[in-house]
Every structure is written in structure tokens, then in C-alpha cells.
Design a protein around this ligand. Structure first.
Ligand code: GDP
Length: 475
């Protein structure tokens, strides 16, 4: 792990690459202010930029947390790069916990790159991925779970994803985890003094006391894990493949989900030639919808290409929506698809229920035992609502969450909670068998340590480095 080096001042472009109204170059470290003073010229200081060569520049005195207007110029040549706003924030109450400078210029890549270059030429070093946030963690401003939430906030695709990430960034998960750790620490102290000083007059670690403490921690962890599946989907999204024979209503469904006419809806079978992917928010749940060309053999090369991709989408999807036409007898294609979908997470969508029925729910149930069946008429604007209800219920498990419930969404955290729970279950079993406390202490200690990895209290350098490598530059 790279520890914070107080001598190092880092710089990076913190806004997105591309064209935009404004862009920000950020610097953090002990020399940030001095470097900024070398490249920043306040308004009125050099009235005639052409003559700057002659006018020797004195280092500008930044006021803490004041927005200064001026321009950035090369101190060697006097060349003006861009008109900017510059702010200096004094440590320790900054994002990184160090002195911080932000130069806000126009959002042109040329301007941003040139300003970054000038910062580097004047003493800064290029920041690594996630280094600003890593500094915040290493300087103790935020814990590891909060730092991980920063990237989730940046990447949030729906309101719900953002809400979950912000709650984690504010330390709600860390708070709960710390409370459990505190109880486990009390238990560990009790166990240790009883192991080390059995003859002293100390509080006795009775099995009843141990059991109560271990169970208490288990309940708290189980509560955190209760909504983990939903949390994971809200953070990572769900890939949903829409499959079905040609003309069954796949494009119509896609359009209803998208709320616009994106796919081509026609009466001619096989018009959706390729897979079409769209990101949507279904009641706050991020879904990646994959509309497929229909899985059936075809002579047409272009169509066959799409079909291969359909198979792939079908195999990889987290959820398959298998569309069937209720107004026509089940075809070979339908039967083949049902066979392929059996046992997989699947909702069978019995479409065109506005037409005289030919296939019933029980016809499908006899062939597709594991799937849920939803009847729809996708000609109707509201036709996809029952399907949306079914998808939502599948993700939330039908549970209604309370405001104060925490959604654990990060796979790393979920795994660590599961590991801690397994250790506690083991300790519980040992307690019930009245085994020596030295043995069960090992499991309680392991659970304590797993929980510490969530907040970073016991995470190794390697884990911490791996977490920050997922960040983008400038964050
Ligand atoms: P795809 O080939 O599976 O993508 O099917 P489309 O979405 O292109 O639909 C084929 C045809 O079926 C279009 O004319 C749609 O308007 C029509 N259609 C779709 N859903 C329904 C429905 O629920 N009822 C009726 N009557 N027609 C539908």
C-alpha cells in the first residue's frame, strides 16, 4: 500500500474528458498553494497579457476558501492559457485532509491539459487513480466503506442507486458495523481476561453471557444482510434479456419500458435484426435491457449474427423475459425457448391477451415449472405495468423496506458480513457444546476482523490498493 507521503503534491483533471462549460484541475499536498501561485495570475495583476514577460510576477497570496478570478499563465513565457477561477482550501478540513487547490477553467481538453502540465512543470506530480479519495481515507477523514461509496455516487444510474450510495458515503453502514464490532470487542475482552486471569476476581464469562453476545451480533448482521440482494441489484443493475419468437411483441415491450419508440415495431417476423441494449430505470432499479432478434435458425447471415448474440444474451442475463403469444398455438420455437429457460431466473410473459385466447397459463405452467407467469397486452400503454410489478417484487423479494433499513450493496461488504456471520455461528455452536472459551474466542476474533475489513480498520494494504484502483483519475 502506498502510504500518504506528506512531501508529495498531486494534480489531476477532476472533471470528465470531453467538451463542457467548465473543467477542474485539482491539486492536493503541502505545495499546492505555492504551485498554484506560480501559475495563477489574479485579475488586474497583468493588465496586458502580451507584456507579461516584462512584468515580473510576485507570488499571489491566496485567501483560504475564497474564489479568486484571474487567468493561468506559463510563468516561463507569460503565455496565457485560460481565464479561470481558483480556490485554495487549507488543511485539514478539506476533501483529502491536505491543502487543496481547485482551478476552474473552461471545459476544453486543451485548456485542462495545459493547466495540468503547468502544475506538473511547477512541482506537482500526476495523481494516481482514486488518489484524492485514498488520501481522505489514509488521513482518517473517511473510512474504507465511505470511500468505496464515493465511486458508487459517481457511477449511480438511478435515484435509488444514488440514495443508497449517499447513505453509505455518510457512514450509515460503517456506523452499524462499528456498533457490532464494539459489542464483539467487549466480548473479546471478557473472554481474554477469563482466559488469562482465571483466578482473579473478575466478571465471569458464563456460557449464557457469551451466547447472548454472539446471538446479538448475529441478529445485527443478519439484518444488514436481509436486503443485500436488493442492494446489489440497485448498485450493479440487472441484465434482462427479452426473448421470444418473431412478432411476439419484444419490441413493443422494449418500447413500453423505454417510454419511446426506440425498437422498430412491425408485423414482419424477424425485423429486429440484432440485439439492442438500453439502460433504463425501472422504479429506481437500474436495468440493462437486451432486446434479442429471436432465437431461431436462419438462412440470413445478418440475421444469424444477431441470433448468435441473442443466445449469448440469453445465457448471460440475470433475468430472462420470455415472451409468448397467447393468441396462437405454441410453436417449436416457443417450446425450445421454454426448455432452455427452465430452471433459470425467468418470467414468462403471456402477451396479446386482448386477442381470443389459444394458449393458457396452465399450458405454460406444465412446461415451464420454475418461471413466474405474467399476462399482458402490450398494445395498451399501461400493458407493461403488471410485468414491472413482477420484476420489482422479484428484486425486493416482495418485502417492503423501512426508511431506516440499510441497503448493503457492495459485494465485498456482503461477503465480509457473510464470513463474519459464519464465524459467529461456529462460535455459537461451540458455546452450546460448552467448549473451552479459548477455542470459541478464535471465531469471535475472526468475525471481529472481517467486520473491520469493511470499514478498513483491519484491511490489508493490498485490499485497500485494490479498492482504489477501481476509481477514475482525478477522484
Ligand atoms: P417482435 O418481433 O417480437 O419485436 O414483435 P413486435 O413488438 O414488433 O410486435 C409485432 C406485432 O404485434 C406488432 O404489430 C405489434 O403492434 C403487435 N403486438 C404487440 N403486442 C401486442 C398485444 O399485446 N396485442 C396485440 N393484439 N398485438 C400486439
Amino acid at each position: 500500500m502506498t502510504l500518504p507521503n506528506t512531501d508529495r503534491t498531486i494534480a489531476a483533471i477532476s472533471t470528465a474528458y470531453g467538451e463542457s462549460g467548465i473543467g477542474i484541475v485539482r491539486m492536493s499536498g503541502p505545495e499546492a498553494k505555492e504551485i498554484a501561485a506560480r501559475v495563477f495570475v489574479p485579475y488586474g495583476r497583468a493588465k496586458d497579457p502580451q507584456n507579461q514577460k516584462q512584468a515580473p510576477r510576485k507570488a499571489f497570496q491566496f485567501k483560504d476558501r475564497h474564489m479568486h478570478y484571474g487567468h493561468v499563465a506559463d510563468p516561463k513565457t507569460g503565455e496565457t492559457v485560460d481565464e479561470v477561477l481558483c480556490v485554495f482550501m487549507k488543511a485539514p478540513h478539506t476533501y483529502t485532509g491536505e491543502d487543496l487547490v481547485e482551478i476552474q477553467c473552461h471545459g476544453s481538453m486543451v485548456s485542462l491539459r495545459r493547466i495540468l502540465e503547468l502544475c506538473l512543470e511547477n512541482g506537482a506530480q500526476p495523481a494516481q487513480r482514486g488518489e484524492f479519495t485514498k488520501l481522505a481515507f489514509l488521513n482518517g477523514r473517511i473510512d474504507l466503506a465511505q470511500a468505496e461509496a464515493v465511486i458508487d455516487v459517481i457511477r449511480a444510474r438511478t435515484g435509488k442507486s444514488l440514495e443508497t450510495a449517499v447513505s453509505q458515503m455518510q457512514g450509515k453502514l460503517s456506523e452499524k458495523v462499528r456498533a457490532v464490532r464494539k459489542d464483539l470487542l467487549d466480548l473479546l475482552v471478557l473472554l481474554t481476561v477469563n482466559m488469562d486471569y482465571p483466578d482473579e476476581d473478575i466478571e465471569e464469562a458464563t456460557y449464557a453471557k457469551i451466547l447472548a453476545a454472539v446471538r446479538g451480533a448475529e441478529v445485527a448482521i443478519e439484518k444488514l444482510l436481509a436486503n443485500a440482494d436488493e442492494g446489489k441489484v440497485i448498485r450493479e443493475g440487472l441484465s434482462v434479456a427479452i426473448v421470444g419468437k418473431p412478432n411476439v411483441g419484444k419490441s413493443s415491450l422494449m418500447n413500453l419500458f423505454l417510454g419511446e419508440h426506440r425498437s422498430i415495431v412491425t408485423d414482419i417476423p424477424g425485423t429486429t435484426r440484432d440485439t439492442i441494449e438500453e439502460q433504463i430505470s425501472l422504479r429506481g432499479i437500474p436495468l440493462r435491457l437486451i432486446d434479442t432478434a429471436g432465437i431461431h435458425e436462419s438462412e440470413d447471415v445478418v440475421e444469424a449474427l444477431g441470433i448468435d448474440r441473442s443466445r449469448d444474451a440469453f445465457n448471460k442475463a440475470d433475468l430472462v423475459l420470455l415472451l409468448l403469444d397467447s393468441s396462437r398455438p405454441l410453436s417449436e420455437d416457443d417450446l425450445a425457448l421454454m426448455e432452455a429457460a427452465e430452471g433459470r431466473p425467468c418470467i414468462a410473459v403471456l402477451n396479446k391477451t386482448d386477442l381470443p385466447p389459444c394458449v393458457t397459463e396452465s399450458d405454460i405452467r406444465s412446461r415451464l415449472k420454475t418461471a413466474q407467469i405474467v399476462a399482458t397486452s402490450l398494445l395498451d400503454d399501461e400493458g407493461a405495468e403488471p410485468l414491472k410489478d413482477a420484476i420489482e417484487a422479484l428484486i425486493t423479494g416482495g418485502k417492503v423496506r423501512r426508511e431506516e433499513d440499510i441497503l448493503v450493496s457492495n459485494s465485498r461488504h456482503i461477503q465480509l458480513l457473510k464470513n463474519a456471520l459464519a464465524e459467529l455461528k461456529e462460535a455459537e455452536a461451540m458455546t452450546q457444546r460448552n467448549e473451552a472459551i479459548d477455542f470459541l474466542e478464535v471465531n469471535v476474533n475472526a468475525a471481529f476482523s472481517y467486520l473491520g475489513e469493511i470499514t478498513g480498520d483491519t484491511a490489508s494494504g493490498e485490499i485497500i490498493d485494490a479498492v482504489f484502483e477501481r476509481f477514475c483519475l482525478g477522484k
